[in-house]
Every structure is written in structure tokens, then in C-alpha cells.
Design a protein around this ligand. Sequence first.
Ligand code: NDP
Length: 450
Amino acid sequence: MSENKPLVLDEFMNGLVRRNPGETEFHQAVHEVAETVIPYINENPKYRTAQILERMTEPDRTIIFRVCWEDDEGHVRTNRGYRVQFNNAIGPYKGGLRFHPSVNLGVLKFLGFEQTFKNSLTTLPMGAGKGGADFNPKGKSDREVMRFCQAFMTELSKHIGEVVDVPAGDIGVGAREISYMFGQYKRLKNEFTGALTGKALEFGGSLIRKEATGYGNAYFMEEMLKNKGDSISGKNCVVSGSGNVAQFCAEKIIHLGGKVLTMSDSSGFVHDPSGIDQDKLNYIIDLKTVKRGRISEYADKYPESKFHEGKRPWSISCDLAFPCATQNELNEDEAKLLLVNGCKGVSEGANMPTEEAGVKAFLEAGILYAPGKASNAGGVAVSGLEMTQNSIRLSWSREELEERLKGIMRDIHNQCLKYGKEGDKVNYVKGANVAGFVKVAEAMLAYGVI
Ligand code: NDP
């Protein structure tokens, strides 16, 4: 039967691109996985016969809806909302909501697909989903954000629930937005259940959820270095972004003795050669989360630093790099520049921040390179722990949660070692993809053809 012929990467990708026209980020994410997983599938034909990769690249369902709301001037505004329920083979759909003008179906399918592997790696029982809207919270008043979130949840609430689909935050969706959405969910359903994670502590949130993605990313780098008898201590580190992930990645780098040289936002980056210490970081956290200001203001406050308008931080010499802003924020030339300037490790806090040619450059150079689906899984892992705490109606302590997070990042690292060892090097891309694939694939095989 032709279905039992080995899978060929180009043929597989041609079919995927034809079925999903124009969804470039989705094509990119699938290509990166298929490249490493197809050889494994061809060695294990049971996955081929059952068409597991074909099924894993087709979401279970995609929900697209209109979101209508009123701005402060009383004008009616219309946005588009989405929820892509990608795969629930190993647990309820789970993944963030993104509010950003660049949101479209292709972006959310890339994120939902990546989430399948990431959630599998966490060792927790979570399926994969992703959603959001092309709404831009920047420049909107709190009331406008509230009205948007309520309108968005009015439709989304029909499709989620604690055992069905449990969304969380992502770009543009932080504590404020989650609170508005959870309030509306509770009102519509007349029930208090953990249908969203990233909630405030007062109503079912978990300690260290907001720190988890960034902390986890720094822990993952520490694990990779430890495996080579090294550590973050004393290293010069370049961080991009200044949102949730970047802030707490920088904080943990500081805790572990590293020096943070840069942070950025969509208008440029700041370079502080004397290092961004905890006090300066606290200023950035307040600036970005409370005052909702721009990173350029850092250079006004700390004159020893310099703001580089419209630039990304990859030209700054460093030992370690932590891309924590958004997808495709690090291209091939920038990857090569990092290598020339002596960078020995890259751990992705953002999802797919490095373009494929950049990833290739890192792998060819043999430096430590962790793809986001492994290194940023700490956020969804603590979301999983928030779900557990909600179910048993208990809250765990900060120490207990941080130990669990550390343990999960160590476990993800071990899974990468299991499938990614190549001589004395580790290919973390292959390791993460194959390890993430195997768990979901085995569950799908067990269910038969559904
Ligand atoms: P935030 O909205 O808190 O912060 C995003 C940061 O990235 C801001 O500094 C923002 O700058 C910058 N940014 C956004 N878009 C662009 C762009 N097009 N070009 C340059 N800079 C940009 O989001 P998070 O920190 O939550 O998310 C960051 C990344 O981490 C995303 O890829 C997300 O998918 C990923 N991630 C997040 C998780 C979480 O728990 N939050 C979990 C796992 C992954 P500005 O202020 O100018 O918009």
C-alpha cells in the first residue's frame, strides 16, 4: 500500500502548503518538526501507517468569530477572534491567547502546533490549543480593554471549560486581560471553575505563574551548561523583549549570577554595559506593566546605557542569548553575528524567535541551542500546576512550585538528551521534537482511527 512508503519531507511539505495556503509561520513550524521527526517515523512505520504526522498537523477544530465592542467615544469596533483546538490526545486543550494586530490564522496554527510538542514535554496531561484576536491593547484605556475582553469571552466561553480547553495569556494578554476574561466567564457560566490560567492569586491563580516562563528559560540554559560542566554565573547575557517572559528570564539570570546587557521592545533596544541589575529590572517591570511605557525611557533614567532605535540587540557581544520577544526576531545574519562575537548558547523564551536559517547556523556551529518548545515550557507547566491546584482546591507554596518547575525543566532537558544525542553534542531541536512527538503519537495510536 502506498501509505506504507517512507515519508518524504518535500512531498509532505508540498501537501501541507497546498492545504494551508499563505500560512507561512505554520509552514515554518511544521517544516522544522517534520525535518527531525520524519526520519524517526520512517524507522518506526507504525506511525506512518496510522498517518500520525498528517493527523497532528491538522487541528481538531478551528473556531473563528466576530468580536464587537464600543470604544470610549461610543464608536463600534469590530475585531476577529480565534481559538484553534489543535490536539487533545493527552489532555484538555491548553495554550495562550494573543492580542496583537499581527494575529491571523497562520500565526495561531503555528503556535498551536508548537504547543502540542511543548505540552507533551512538560510530562503533564495537557493537550494543545492557541487563540487570540487581532486586537491591539496598546493605547487603549482600561475600560476599552475590559469591554473587548468581555465581548471576546462572550463567544469563547461556548468553547472552553476546565475539562475541555483552558486558555492562558500570551503577547498582549497579561494579568489585567485574564482577570476581565475570567470575570466574564464566571458571570456567563454561573460557576467558579479553573477555565483560565494565569489568574490573580485572590481568585485561584498560582504563585510563580507569572515568573514561570522566564525562570524556566534560564533554568533550561543552566541545565544545558551544567551538562558541559559550566553555568550562567559570570556570563554576559543578551535578552530581547521586555514583556512577561523577558522580565523574569532577566531576573533569574541575575539570580544565577549572569550579567544582563540588553532588553528591548518593538521600538528598539537598550544596551547597559554596566549590567541591568535587580533595581534597574524593577524599574523596567514597573515601566512596562504598570506605566505601560517604552523601553527607550530606561536610557533617560540610566544615562550609562544607550537606546538603539529600531534595532535588535543581536549585535552586542555576549556569551549567551535569550530571545524573549516574538517569532522570527533573529535572522540568519544576526545568528552568524552572534556566533562571530563569541556567543556559546541560545535559549528561546519566545516561540520560534529564530528563523530557520538562523537555527541551522547555530546547529552547524555546534553551540548550545534550545528551541522554545523545550526552553519556554515552564509557563505552561506552571499553568498545568495551577489547574491541579484548582481541581484539589489547594494552593502550593512558592518554594514547592519553584522546585516543581525546576524539576520539570530538568526532565525536559533529560528527554532532549534521550532523543537528541549526536556524539558528544546534543541536538536539542531533534531531541525536543522526537520526545514531544512520541508521547502524543502513542496516545493517538491507542485511540485507533478517530
Ligand atoms: P508580552 O506581551 O508580555 O511581551 C512581548 C514583548 O515582545 C514586548 O517587549 C513587546 O514589545 C515585544 N514584541 C512584541 N511583538 C514584537 C515585534 N513584532 N517586534 C519586536 N518586539 C516585539 O508577551 P510575553 O512576554 O508573554 O511573550 C513573549 C514571547 O514568549 C512570545 O513569543 C510568546 O508566544 C512566548 N511565550 C510566552 C509565554 C507566557 O507565559 N507568557 C509562554 C511561552 C511562550 P512592545 O512592548 O513594544 O509590544
